[in-house]
Design a protein around this ligand. Structure first.
Ligand code: KIV
Length: 263
C-alpha cells in the first residue's frame, strides 16, 4: 500500500472495495504485511500466538503498547490499530486513561474495543476526547471465560436483533469501523447493511466490508488448532521446521558455514 489510509478514507471505502486487515505483533512481520494490508491490527491475540497463553484475557496495556510500537516501527506508512486488552476499558475513566497512554506512548491511529450497546458510552467518551475507535462485536474473545468458550453468534432471531442493535450503537457512539467476529454469514451481512461504517469480518462470511485474519493462522505458523474460518495461505510451520532441520544437519556435519560465509 503506497498511501496510508485515514479514518475518512476508511469510512468512504464502504461499498467501494473490501478492506484488508491483518494482525502483526512485531516490526519484522509488520514490514512484510504492510505492503498488502490496508490496516494492521495489533490484536490482543498476541497473548496467545506470541506469548503462548491459552486466551487473550491476561494481556496487559503495557504489552499492547510495547507491541504497537514495534509494529509502527516496521510499518511506518500503515494505519495501525491497538487493541485495548481486557480490563483496560471497564469504565469511562479507566478507558480514557489507558487510551491516552496508548496515544501518548505509541503512534497508533486508533484503539479497538470489544462490545456493543454495553460499550457505547465508552466509545463515545473516547471519541469525544480525540481517540478514534474501531468497534468489535459478535464473538468477543475477551468474554471466553464468562461465556464458557467461543460461541458462534447470530444463531437465533433474538441474537440477530441484538447484533444489529450493537452495530448501530457502536456507529452512533462514533466508531469509524468495526470488526464482527464468529457470526453466521447471513446475519453478518444484515449487520453490515444496517450501518454506514465498514464492518470487517473474521469468521463472518464474505458479505461484509472487509476481512481480518491473524497472521500466524493465515501463514500456517500456528499448528495446534485451525479454526474453520481460517484459510492457510502458506504452510509456514513446515517451511520453518524444514529450514531449521537443514541448518541443524549442516551444523552437525560441518557443511555450514562454508568459505562464502566466512571472514
Ligand atoms: O486480537 C485480535 O487479533 C482480534 C482479531 C481476532 C480481530 O481482535
Amino acid at each position: 500500500m503506497s498511501k496510508k489510509l485515514t479514518i475518512s478514507s476508511i469510512k468512504k471505502s464502504k461499498g467501494v472495495r473490501p478492506l484488508v486487515m491483518i494482525t502483526a505483533y512485531d516490526a519484522l512481520f509488520a514490514r512484510l504485511v504492510s505492503q498488502s494490508a490496508d490496516m494492521i491490527l495489533v490484536g490482543d491475540s498476541l497473548n496467545m500466538s506470541f506469548a503462548g497463553k491459552s486466551d487473550t484475557v491476561s494481556a496487559t496495556i503495557e504489552q499492547m503498547i510495547y507491541h504497537t510500537n514495534a509494529v509502527c516501527m516496521g510499518a511506518k506508512n500503515s494505519f495501525v490499530i491497538c487493541d485495548m486488552p481486557f480490563g483496560s476499558y471497564s469504565d469511562k475513566t479507566t478507558a480514557l486513561q489507558n487510551a491516552i497512554k496508548v496515544f501518548q506512548q505509541t503512534p497508533a491511529d486508533c484503539v479497538k474495543i470489544e462490545g456493543g450497546k454495553d460499550k457505547a458510552q465508552i466509545i463515545q467518551h473516547l471519541n469525544d476526547n480525540g481517540i478514534a475507535v474501531c468497534g468489535h462485536i459478535g464473538l468477543l474473545p475477551q468474554s471466553v471465560r464468562s461465556e464458557g468458550g467461543y460461541k458462534v453468534k447470530g444463531k437465533t432471531e433474538e441474537e440477530k436483533i441484538s447484533l444489529i442493535e450493537d452495530a448501530k450503537a457502536v456507529e452512533k457512539a462514533g466508531a469509524f469501523c468495526m470488526v464482527i467476529e464468529g457470526t453466521k454469514a447471513d446475519v453478518a451481512k444484515e449487520v453490515a447493511e444496517a450501518v454506514n461504517i465498514p464492518v470487517i469480518g473474521i469468521g463472518a462470511g464474505a458479505e461484509v466490508d472487509g476481512q481480518v485474519l491473524v497472521f500466524s493462522d493465515m501463514l500456517g505458523l500456528f499448528e495446534e488448532f485451525t479454526p474453520k474460518f481460517v484459510k492457510k495461505y502458506l504452510d509456514g510451520a513446515t517451511l520453518v521446521k524444514d529450514a531449521v532441520a537443514r541448518y541443524a544437519d549442516e551444523v552437525i556435519c560441518k557443511e555450514f558455514p562454508k568459505e562464502e560465509h566466512t571472514y
